[in-house]
Design a protein around this ligand. Sequence first.
Ligand code: SF4
Ligand code: SF4
Length: 117
Amino acid sequence: MVYCNYCPGYCCYRLEGSVLLLTATDINRLARHFRISDGEVRKRYLENKYTFKVREDGSCIFQATDRVVRRCTVHEARPDQCRRFPYGNPCPYLEREDLLERIQPLIEKCLRPVATF
Ligand code: SF4
Ligand code: SF4
């Protein structure tokens, strides 16, 4: 979707009511990507049986933190749900001001330039 090229990755934040459900295939794809076992993927990156850990700001642990346009650091091995979203529909994040209002401040906080002296 062309908007994704300019979006800071709103869909990679955990919001109330949203959930990323991982399958065994997703875990195995990541395991092959990192060249570690499925169990090690679960141990390192999963919060519970079905979903990734998130950072304090609610962003997925695999979302890049050092770019203005935020990207998935495991793009080639991302889960099916991430591949399919928004399922052929217009992206709901770009249409809901209530969602954008909640996420935008978090993104701007992350992207604030670090002062150099
Ligand atoms: S699917 Fe929507 S929220 Fe996700 S990156 Fe694309 S435009 Fe942004
Ligand atoms: S795996 Fe990648 S695309 Fe999926 S939520 Fe995390 S950062 Fe976003």
